[in-house]
Design a protein around this ligand. Sequence first.
Ligand SMILES: O=C(O)CCC(=O)C(=O)O
Ligand SMILES: [Fe+2]
Length: 373
Amino acid sequence: MPSKLADAFRSHPVDIQPKNLHDLKELPDSYQWSADQDRPEPEPAHHEPVPVIDLSDPNALEEIGHACTTWGVFQVVNHGVPAAVLDRMEDVAKSFFSLPAHQKLKAARSPDGISGYGLARISSFFPKLMWSEGFTMVGSPLEHFHTIWPHHYTRFCDSVEEYDKQMQNLAQTLMWLMLGSLGITKEDLNWANNNSNSTTTNPRAAIQLNHYPACPDPDRAMGLAPHTDSTLVTILHQSNTSGLQVLRAGGGTAGWVTVPPIRGGLVVHIGDLLHILSNGLCPSVVHRAVVNRDRNRISIAYLHGPPSNVRISPVQKLVGPSQPQMYRAVTWTEYLGTKAKHFDKALSSVRLCAAAEAKDHNNNNNNNGVQVG
Ligand SMILES: O=C(O)CCC(=O)C(=O)O
Ligand SMILES: [Fe+2]
């Protein structure tokens, strides 16, 4: 098993080249999703909105606990990350995606690599292509940026570094709030207390830039197919154009719910590793991105995971006679490899006990048959 994050996909190369989607007047057949392939359908008229939590509110802990155990997603405001830092990062993404195709391809991700420009890796699990392009950064983007912008790379690198620092702090804060709401303290998780800041040699995060160009036939296209993130938590900044939808499971209100962009707000997704850590108490949210006719959309995902040598398993405090341990221990790199191989079956492939069948949200009957991974 590879131990470095950058090696996670060595055994599962994906070689699908991005195509230039700008200026296409019609949706090519290879991008036309049918209804049984989760083509975006209208949102249910009455549904609860995704919770918006003010981190400066004294009730924030309680609200986070509720959002984590029910939705697996929430938005945060008053989170302390300056709007200018978000704006500068959005500028990096816009500057990159507006480059001509041949320039972007200078930073192409290799088929078995993790960093660089390309289509979402999950494309290989679907018969149709997604209407998007992405750029993934694990560790410093310096090499790629130097190639693309020989004269301006320092400015762009600085914006990424600043964003990374702010997001790392916020991710830690959110993790402790989420775990705190489940009664987990720092004493229960030894690895999480080690705050050695060796992020360049031992990345605990990836930054994923996504671009969804305006689309001539948005109702038949898919920006990013339904999936769960292979992280502890993901913090998502979306530009002022909506597109993110989360799957609300359960009862009469089941369906896709749009997460409207809030100026300065950030979306927090629970990832599969936090689902494992919480012994299934917190669902990792199934989400997707839809596209629209007139506007380009940018999103920036900060994918936060554990240090690469740490094996994530259910916290012992959450395991007992009535709550058997649901998952075996996995490192982040191992889990990424498992996801690259099994996609929507990745969580069940690390599951230990039958009780998990009933509890695991990804296996319930209300998920409308979508692919989760
Ligand atoms: O663009 C979005 O809103 C979703 C992006 C996303 O889910 C991802 O990068 O994993
Ligand atoms: Fe995602």
